[in-house]
Design a protein around this ligand. Structure first.
Ligand SMILES: Cc1cc2nc3c(=O)[nH]c(=O)nc-3n(C[C@H](O)[C@H](O)[C@H](O)COP(=O)(O)O)c2cc1C
Length: 134
């Protein structure tokens, strides 16, 4: 199964998590600034990473426009979500999961949320995330 990661990261935490997932799955991985919607749609499983920004929102300059264009065509795709957050309680991920479900995609697993970089990953949550993608 062809898998790809597409992420946005301002200060490197989500990028750090993306690199860890990439290493464990052995899949392609793109910063959203280097990703093309139609190329990404050629993969069976799309793993999206974006930190909590704004007020519990996706990053709006680069990631959100890409995500909106992707989701308009992604109804048949397998999707997984991850990202880093700071002072919140993961609300941005709950909203994001619900948004993806609204597009009728096949969400493979709970969104993986990490309070900081990959050193803050909760092992059991990470294992469940990776296993759902294997
Ligand atoms: C402009 C801005 C808005 C943020 N909004 C939230 C938020 O709503 N909730 C939250 O938990 N963290 C928020 N954060 C914290 C980031 O999610 C956190 O620092 C995260 O690790 C950044 O990931 P990155 O290094 O991949 O950019 C915000 C950070 C910035 C810079």
């Amino acid at each position: 199964m062809k898998q790809v990661i597409v992420y946005w990261s301002g200060t490197g935490n989500t990028e750090d998590i993306a690199n860890k997932i990439k290493g464990d799955l052995g899949c392609d991985c793109f910063n959203v600034s280097n990703a093309n919607v139609d190329d990404i749609l050629s993969y069976d499983t799309i793993i999206l990473g974006c930190p909590a920004m704004g007020a519990e929102e996706l990053e709006e300059e680069e990631f959100k426009p890409f995500y909106d264009s992707l989701m308009a065509k992604a109804a048949s795709k397998n999707i997984a979500l991850f990202g880093s957050y700071g002072w919140g309680d993961g609300e941005w991920m709950r909203l994001w999961v619900s948004d993806v479900k609204g597009y009728g995609c096949n969400l493979l697993t709970d969104g993986l949320i990490v309070n900081g970089d990959s050193s803050a990953i909760v092992d059991s949550e990470y294992e469940a995330f990776i296993n759902a993608l294997k």
